[in-house]
Design a binder for this molecule. Structure first.
Ligand code: KG4
Ligand code: ZN
Length: 340
């Protein structure tokens, strides 16, 4: 379906995992309002997101989150003057995606605006644009989240070359699993980030992973090495956290460096929840300086799941591909490579 109208103000809706989010983004990629409500407290005791609980929480939270974001943007929550609704249609938890999709379709019918389905990973790749709308391409982006880890050459909106991906766990998943073994709770990334600052990374020697050529990544060996090391030595949790985090970041930065050495790039960017990691941000900042390229580090709230990035990607998709069909469905395993 082609879309003839101009793409102005977009309402974004994100419900792919445990964050229920809504945001309003204007025609200049400016975030006018952004609300996020997480059901994370309900999942903590289980050490990970429980799909059924997440889906139920989205049903409860979404109306308030959408009305709140519209009100924050100075729009009438009952009849907002928006031009389109962008909604995550995958990848993610199917029951969670369906809540956002159903709500988006209902709002669109009531407000007579088009809906566009957005790939969540493409959304993450748009996060740097929200704070640097005039950034220069290509941008080498490390997309590091709880479900995905990829090194992507972003040639421009919609033009992606995935150089490498994790062959096992995602980086965030490794943070979460190691934190669980250390008894630090869920999600693990922020706790390990804070704890690592007080630990000695040299206290534990961990194997370097994926040291050969190529851009694929791997984190499950590191995770196993941490568990083994804990079994044989009485290590302080802060030292384990510091050593593990340093090893993850070392691998990520090594691959990003190799990409910078072999590809033309105007900038480097981090995206996804692990992009909030303070040590990783510092290392990528140094790397950008060393190579003399621009640095795009989204603020923490734009790294983790949010709807502003979905609205931004949706604006592009609506202009490029047109509105989605009314039959738009959930695509739990939708990859970046499937985007054209
Ligand atoms: O992008 P995101 O919010 O959700 C997914 O799409 O997966 O990423 C969540 C992941 C979790 O694994 C969490 O532990 C990790 O991001 N994370 C961090 C930090 N903050 C969140 N990992 C390392 N350091 C952090 N500061
Ligand atoms: Zn995400």
């Amino acid at each position: 379906m082609t879309y003839a109208g101009s793409v102005g103000v977009v309402l974004g809706i994100e419900t792919s995992c445990d964050e229920t989010a809504a945001a309003v983004v204007d025609e200049n990629y400016r975030v006018v309002a952004s609300r996020i409500e997480s059901s994370i407290d309900e999942h903590r005791d289980f050490g990970g997101v429980v799909p059924e609980l997440a889906g139920r929480a989205h049903v409860t939270h979404l109306p308030g989150v959408v009305a709140g974001a519209l009100a924050d943007a100075g729009l009438d929550p009952h009849r907002p003057s928006i031009d389109a609704i962008a909604v995550t249609s995958g990848p993610g938890l199917v029951g969670s995606l369906l809540v956002g999709l159903s709500a988006a379709k209902a709002y669109a019918l009531a407000w007579e605006v088009p809906v566009v389905g957005v790939n969540h990973l493409e959304g993450h790749l748009f996060a740097p644009l929200l704070e640097h709308p005039d950034l220069a391409w290509p941008v080498l982006t490390l997309l590091v989240s709880g479900g995905h880890t990829a090194l992507v050459v972003v040639e421009g909106p919609g033009r992606y070359e995935v150089l490498g991906e994790t062959i096992d766990d995602a980086a965030g998943e490794a943070f979460d699993k190691v934190a669980r073994w250390l008894g630090l709770g869920y999600p693990g990334g922020p706790v390990i980030d804070a704890l690592a600052a007080t630990g000695d990374p040299a206290a534990l020697r961990l194997p370097a992973s994926m040291t050969g050529p190529g851009f694929d990544l791997s984190f499950s060996g590191l995770k196993t090495a941490v568990v083994r090391a804990r079994g044989v030595a009485d290590l302080a949790p802060a030292d384990v956290a510091a050593a593990f985090q340093a090893a993850v970041n070392e691998q990520l930065v090594r691959k990003l460096r190799a990409a910078l050495e072999s590809r033309p790039a105007a900038g480097v960017a981090l995206a996804g929840g692990v992009a909030a990691n303070s040590a990783l941000r510092a290392r990528v900042r140094d790397l950008a300086e060393e190579f003399g390229v621009a640095l795009h580090l989204p603020s923490a709230l734009l790294c983790t799941d949010n709807a502003a990035m979905i609205a931004a990607a949706g604006r592009y998709r609506l202009a490029h591909d047109g509105a989605s069909e009314p039959s738009l469905g959930a695509r739990p395993n939708w990859t970046l490579q499937e985007l054209t």
